[in-house]
Design a binder for this molecule. Sequence first.
Ligand SMILES: Cc1cc2nc3c(=O)[nH]c(=O)nc-3n(C[C@H](O)[C@H](O)[C@H](O)COP(=O)(O)OP(=O)(O)OC[C@H]3O[C@@H](n4cnc5c(N)ncnc54)[C@H](O)[C@@H]3O)c2cc1C
Length: 391
Amino acid sequence: MTKSLKNIVIVGASYLGKRAATALAASQALSAAHRIILIERNSHFSHLFQFPRISIIPGYEHKALIPFDNLFRDAVCQSGIVRAAVTKVAEGHVELDREVAEFGTTVPYEFLVYATGSRLSPPGNVPGEGKQEGIAYFRGIQVQAAKAKRIVCIGGGAVGVQIATDLKTYMPEKEVHIVHSRATLLNRFHPDLHKTVLDTCIEYGIHTHLNSRATIPQGGFPNGQHPFTITLSDGTSIPDVDLALTCTGQTFNSGPIAHLVPQHINPDGTVHVLPTLQVPTHPHIFCVGDINDILRIKTVKAAIPQIDVLVSNITSLSQNELASAVVAKPRAGIHLTIGVNREVFCRMESQVEGAAGEVERRDFEGDAHLTGKRLEGIWEQLGAGTGDMFR
Ligand SMILES: Cc1cc2nc3c(=O)[nH]c(=O)nc-3n(C[C@H](O)[C@H](O)[C@H](O)COP(=O)(O)OP(=O)(O)OC[C@H]3O[C@@H](n4cnc5c(N)ncnc54)[C@H](O)[C@@H]3O)c2cc1C
């Protein structure tokens, strides 16, 4: 990488960060004076959408962790990826948790794109930062699930519902419970989604405990050690549990930027941005994806239009023009598998609670989501060859 070019630094190489980096890198307008530096703490791209299913069904875990080998294949700007965690965002530079070639522990930036998203409890995410640790984690959970007789998913959002329904269709002999603190499952979405999912749970024989919180012991559940009892806030309990999976909410990764812009960190941990995606006090810092407060219901699909806005505004600022592109009012929705042979689509007019929408259920033959072309397709999108999917 050459030092005379100005750096556009992107922090986080997941769905939005890698899109931002490759779109910026493909910009002729930026290529003369800028280079693209993508910083990511994980060695591989985590295809989170498949994590619930891969936790249950063996044989695919290596396919959901994808190397970044050839990400910048269409770049016209100088571009590269740096493997490190950003510990601090400061004025004009970011600090890293380790020494990296050329920079040491400090990377200067002209523009910063903060795309650090959120962290979920495993199996919504994997512990560790390397592929081998990820594979080992999934294989461990698969073995525990196969051995367990009674399994409890704590949280009736997308991850909890997907795991519970996959479990009951893949291993129907298991007793499966969902414990959810709200009156409706997937409560941010259109109420018909709750009805569809609840009907499916009843059909499959999944026990749902709504309006109830589980007590999670400090240090976590003794999964795989001995059967245990889970006490619920409605006064009941679930005895002889073999495996409990915590599928509760996301924690937004705003820590590294929080000290620079404390006034723009929302109570939920997201970063407040203008419709131009700029942090209000720092026009050269942009946030994209789950980490900003544009979307109430966080999905990749609804966030993708942010990439065009980002590229347009960085290009304008680099040419001493105003950042004038703004994000349009986003719609909302989710596409969820509810069992190995069933999926449901929810589409909503807007992100506002109670917005009009429609819910459609589809049943199909075979496991289209894992054994079809979907996983290979993500490798191709990332430019990673599928010859050796264990790398
Ligand atoms: C099980 C599951 C299924 C889903 N299914 C769908 C779906 O079907 N369709 C859909 O549109 N959406 C789906 N979503 C939502 C979607 O995954 C999120 O909206 C998406 O992950 C957000 O992407 P992001 O790039 O903003 O952040 P994230 O995916 O959260 O990624 C953030 C990245 O930043 C990195 N990072 C964080 N902090 C640092 C740091 N300090 N230094 C360096 N790197 C850092 C992380 O390692 C990570 O790679 C699903 C989510 C889950 C959990």
